[in-house]
Every structure is written in structure tokens, then in C-alpha cells.
Design a protein around this ligand. Sequence first.
Ligand code: UTP
Length: 293
Amino acid sequence: MAIDLAVVPVAGRGTRLLPLTKSQPKEMLPVGRKPVVQYVVEELVRCGISRILFITGPGKTAIENHFDIDMELIQLLREKGQEELLAELAFEREDVEYFYTRQRRQLGLGHAVLCAEPVVGRQPFVVALGDSIIGLNAQSTVVRLMIEQFQARRAAAVVAFEEVPIEDVVHYGIAKPRDSSSEVFELDDLIEKPEVHEAPSTLAVAARYVFGPAIFDHLRRTPPGKGGEIQLTDAIRSLIAEGGKVLGVRLPPEERRFDIGNFESYFRAFVEFALADPQIGKQLRSHLTQLLH
Ligand code: UTP
């Protein structure tokens, strides 16, 4: 059976982006012309997903509003003769069904995924973090490859990884691969934020996952870790420890992860997307060149 369901957790507080995120979801921050979460949805649709379950929380209704069909706005644009702007709303008509459930307490990413269980049941599903874009303009099809590998190799989970500089391993979950030379590899373990000298590789978890339903059993048994949060990484480790086959898929260099969770990578992402804008990119480039001289 094809996997067509994705869970998109968007309930986090986004404290690293304060004050920007005090009253607006970080998943709605603009990167170039679109909010982050729209790129995530467009990427998922391109990879064959047709049902999206958002795990939302306090202050996140802007996300629900964004994916509604806004007939009033469409009418207004028609009346004002601004038909050309209707193309900007085409995403509203993607062939997707949206579902929403709430994480009533922000107890971490693992807990957010566990909140999906009553809706997901016992079917396999994708998890895509709502604050990360994969590839410039979300052109990545890695999720499609991950789904294929999940099915072909009867895996319990597939996790996307990105090569990071060695000094950055301290910020991420890092893969301990059985054979790291290939694009797809089996995981021996996953080490959360290792010291540089302890890192088993420089492959960092990159915001996309495919899971079988067993992950829920492991999440339920996962005790809260750092900051009282239930970590998804801990549940994946437990899955591996019990003999579950967990695969890693390496992102190709042209499908980098843009993490909108902190100011440095958010600013970088915005500038890169703005420079790639077909209408404004060229002028922006010459403006920036002037500024830099
Ligand atoms: P982060 O790990 O960046 O956590 O979330 P956060 O709480 O949003 O941000 P900080 O650390 O306070 O700055 C990664 C993704 O998981 C979701 C977030 O909304 C984000 O899309 N998330 C995180 C939840 O849905 N629930 C949580 O309890 C935590």
C-alpha cells in the first residue's frame, strides 16, 4: 500500500526565535515569497503525500487559515482586476486533505509525534518537521526515495541525514552507520548531540522520517529526557536496540536542509531564497554586492 500520509509537527514554541515568534508561528515565517510550512507541504505533495496531519498548539491558527480556501479573497482579486495574483493562491487547491490535532502540552518532538497516534493508527507514515525546508525552493524528492526504501527493505524506520561540518555535530542527532559510504545505509545507533571527539560520523538528522506504527510503542515507553521533553531520537534508538531495521538516507548536496529554527540559519535561508527569486533576485544581488563593497 502506498504511503500517502504525513504528520507535520508545528506545535513548538520557537523560543530561539523570540521576539519574532511571540505571537506568530515560526512555521509561518517568510522565506522569500512563501511561509516555511507552505514549502514543506509542496515538497510532500511532490513526493506523493495526499493527507497531511498537522500537530498544532497554542497560537498556531495562522497555519490552518493559510491552507483554507479563501473565497472572499479570490472574489476581491477578481473584482479589482488582479487576476494575475490568483496564481499565488494555487497552492490552496493542491490535491491534499488536511487534518489537525493539538499537542496540548509542548513536551517535545517525540510527544508531538505520539499525539498523531489516535488519527494515524497502525499505518506507516512520514514525519516532516514544519520548520525545515529541504532543497532550494523545496525541490527535494528525498521523501519519495525514503518511502521506496522503507517498503522495499521492510524497514521499521527511515531517517534523512545531512553531512555537517565536524564542529557542528554537537547540535544534532548524529548517525552511527553500519556502512556510511552509500547513499542509503543501515543505522547501528543514533547519538544525540555528541562531543566532537565522540561523534561516530558527521551525518546529522535532517527533519524527514518514515515510520512504521511500532514507533508509537517506543515513544510511549520513552521517558522525558533533556528539558523534560520526550525525544524522537530516543524512541528511534529504542527501536534499533530491539532489533528494528532503521535506515538512513543521505541528502544529496543540492537538497540541503534549511533550518528555520534559529536566527543564523533563518537569515541565511531567506537571503538564499531571495537571491534565487526569478523577479527580484538579480536586483537584490547587485544591491548586496554594492553593500558589501
Ligand atoms: P524544535 O526542536 O525546533 O523545538 O522543533 P521548538 O520548541 O519549536 O523550538 P525552540 O527550541 O523553543 O526554539 C522542531 C519542530 O517540531 C515541532 C516544532 O513546531 C517544529 O516544527 N515541535 C517541537 C512540536 O510540534 N512540539 C514540541 O513540543 C516541540
